[in-house]
Write a protein that binds this ligand. Structure first.
Ligand SMILES: Nc1ncnc2c1ncn2[C@@H]1O[C@H](COP(=O)(O)OP(=O)(O)OP(=O)(O)O)[C@@H](O)[C@H]1O
Length: 632
């Protein structure tokens, strides 16, 4: 019996036995087996039975943070991401950090590639090493990847830091271990045990759900040599029978889930496991029939807390969710692609710095001068870029007048648009989001309007610069908000200017800096209608049913529609998955992602497969059952 008289799961009891004996452990189990639940139980028990020890719990998914924080809260529990955890461990040692960083940038095959930065022993003299969203090595700014490499070198080199970490945290628990960088596993399982101080590392996860290529995938080698003791969960508490039976067929490691013995488990009904519903819809040919699938399902897609439609990428969601015009800017700009081609060419053939004073147009002219044939082609737009430029000649004209240094430093990618999407409205935004300052500014306006519409006036007043001083200000405020709402189909700049002039949302330094330093992007964005930003806002705030297939990990919903895209992806291929064909790495990656998606469903699972091959259809019928495969 554990805390508050709650009966401990047998697997948790086994884990606690390993901990008592000082052994590292892995709690593994298929989707829905209750690993996150067990993680919270283990934390609760460790806090209870070891009244002085502190615990670090490393996790990525918001679902896990919610589950843990709703069940245990204690000053001795630190929940964080792996990067924040490692950075907190090494950042106090600035002198050592400078030396190690410089060493790592040196040599034939440096562990941290310095790129064009000149490396010398004194280069970081007097500078603090700081962890940022971007890296500028000669200023001492490092980013995510460097934190891992630095931490690894630190824990290998300095016994002191191993002891300090052990003293600080008797227990280090890692959720979703399969997606953890191999360097982290080495720190925890190779370096830390060299300390004589007591401590245990515990891992929770499922090798079948390793969906990020950077992750370690599994820790079998440590289990085989006895460094980690494995405890397996074989029961399923989330999914109805049809879903976990399908999932069992998708596993590659032979693990077979069964219904749990626990009659109170969410997937039980009157002591019997729910049957559930599974369906696979397909259509032949190129046409996308997902709306017909939605109609046939007749689900309430506005019930966003319990209904999700999962697509492979944000790009595929953009047209459905109504923000394609923005995605095109961040992820389909042919002029920027041409710029990248030019930059690459110069970097390979000459000194990029020598063009810093020129405009982009002058650089192109200089490079193309006197060239013909193949040589000219290599500094000209590709056919795809040409198609874009022919459709938007004014964009190339505008770019041509911009200083080349400024233009080449204007890094644009789609994370600046869609990073940190929430799964639901009440999720807390993650810190360190890569979203750009223009989008942040627009979202600030939208948040203010949303709070006003929801009548959350206290929160509204905290977010806006509008001051209510007299009764007439109230009427003015209403008039201003109504005016913003009425501008929905106008270019966003009109809303931004209006919100600024009327004190709803002042343009701050970051916005101004964006306008000046990223003028090309700025000029494209300001023409997009406000309603398109509104659609993006609803999506990122978790107020739509859409999600990407990766972001859904760890969550569960009553109804899940998985859309299999037949596009030409190099990393995923759903025909390979169903046919059992193609390159092993692509098929396995696709299989794991599909496994994650299907196992989110608590009641209804539907899959839409556009244009499957004959062989895929045959397999679909074997997995879903003849009657559950429906042509649309
Ligand atoms: N011991 C338990 N008693 C009651 N409910 C439980 C128990 N264990 C798990 N659950 C419930 O079962 C469902 C699945 O559990 P959980 O989300 O922890 O699974 P998981 O193994 O982490 O799944 P995944 O790998 O898919 O993320 C959740 O609704 C959870 O609250």
């Amino acid at each position: 019996m554990g805390q508050d008289g709650v009966k401990l799961e047998p697997e948790v009891v086994e884990v606690l036995r390993h901990v008592r004996d000082g052994r590292n452990f892995l709690l593994s189990g298929g989707a829905g087996s209750g690993k996150t639940y067990s993680l919270a139980q283990v934390i609760g028990e460790l806090l209870r039975t070891d009244p002085v020890a502190a615990i670090a719990c490393i996790t990525y998914t918001n679902a896990a943070v919610r589950e843990i924080e709703s069940r245990v809260s204690d000053k001795r529990l630190f929940v964080s991401t792996i990067h924040d955890f490692l950075w907190a461990a090494i950042s106090p040692y600035q002198a050592e950090l400078r030396n190690v960083l410089i060493e790592l940038m040196k040599g034939e095959a440096p562990k941290i590639n310095p790129g064009s930065t000149a490396v010398s022993n004194g280069m970081l003299e007097g500078k603090a090493i700081q962890y940022k969203e971007y890296r500028i090595l000669d200023k001492g700014f490092i980013s995510h990847d460097e934190v891992l490499v630095l931490a690894f070198a630190f824990f290998e080199q300095f016994p002191k830091i191993r002891n300090i970490l052990r003293d600080k945290y008797r227990y280090i628990l890692v959720d979703e271990y399969q997606d953890t960088d191999p360097a982290v596993i080495k720190i925890l399982l190779d370096a830390l045990p060299q300390s004589r101080r007591k401590g245990v590392c515990g891992f929770f996860g499922d090798a079948m759900q390793s969906i990020y290529d950077e992750g370690v995938g599994n820790i079998k080698s440590y289990i085989d040599c006895g460094v980690v003791s494995e405890v397996r969960k074989e029961q399923n508490r989330r999914n109805p029978r049809l879903v976990y039976e399908l999932a069992n067929q998708l596993r590659v490691d032979g693990l077979e889930q069964r219904a749990s013995d626990d009659i109170t488990a969410p997937n039980m009904n009157n002591g019997v496991v729910k049957q559930g519903t599974i369906r696979l819809y397909y259509s032949m040919g190129e046409d996308d029939k997902v709306s017909a699938v939605r109609n046939d399902l007749n689900w309430d897609f506005s019930d966003i807390l319990e209904t999700k439609e999962l697509n492979l990428t944000h790009n595929l969601i953009a047209p459905q969710a109504g923000f394609e015009a923005l995605m095109d800017i961040y992820n389909g700009d042919g002029v920027l692609a041409f710029r990248d081609r030019i930059v690459k060419y110069i970097k390979e053939s000459g000194d990029i710095g020598s063009y810093d004073e020129q405009t982009f147009g002058e650089v192109i002219a200089a490079l193309q001068k006197d060239k013909t044939g193949k040589a000219l082609k290599s500094v000209s737009p590709t056919p795809l870029m040409d198609t874009f430029i022919a459709a938007h000649p004014q964009l190339l004209a505008e770019a041509s007048n911009i200083n080349f240094l400024e233009f080449r430093r204007m890094f644009v990618n789609k994370d600046q648009l869609v990073d940190d999407k929430k799964q639901s409205e009440d999720e807390v935004a993650r810190k360190g989001s890569q979203r750009c300052n223009f989008i942040n500014h627009v979202f600030k306006i939208m948040t203010v309007v949303h709070l006003y519409k929801q009548r959350q006036f206290n929160e509204f007043l905290k977010r806006t610069e509008f001051r209510l001083k007299s009764a007439s200000d109230k009427a003015l405020l209403k008039k201003n908000i109504d005016a913003v709402i009425a501008m929905s189909e106008r270019p966003i700049i009109e809303t931004i200017d209006f919100a600024h002039e009327n004190g709803l949302c002042i343009k701050d330094d970051r916005f101004e800096e964006f306008r000046i330093r990223r003028s090309y992007l700025f000029n494209r964005l300001i023409k997009v209608p406000c309603s398109v930003f509104q659609k993006l806002f609803e999506y990122l705030e978790g107020r739509t049913a859409y999600s990407t297939q990766h972001k859904i990990k760890g969550s569960e919903f009553e109804r899940v529609l998985v859309v299999l895209d037949a596009g030409d992806w190099s990393k995923y291929n759903f025909n390979y998955l169903f046919e059992g064909s193609g390159k092993d790495s692509v098929r396995e990656r696709t299989q794991k992602l599909f496994y994650v998606c299907c196992t989110r469903a608590k009641d209804y699972l539907a899959v839409y497969f556009r244009d499957p091959s004959e062989a895929s259809l045959t397999q679909a019928k074997a997995w879903f059952g003849d009657d559950n495969v429906i042509k649309i």
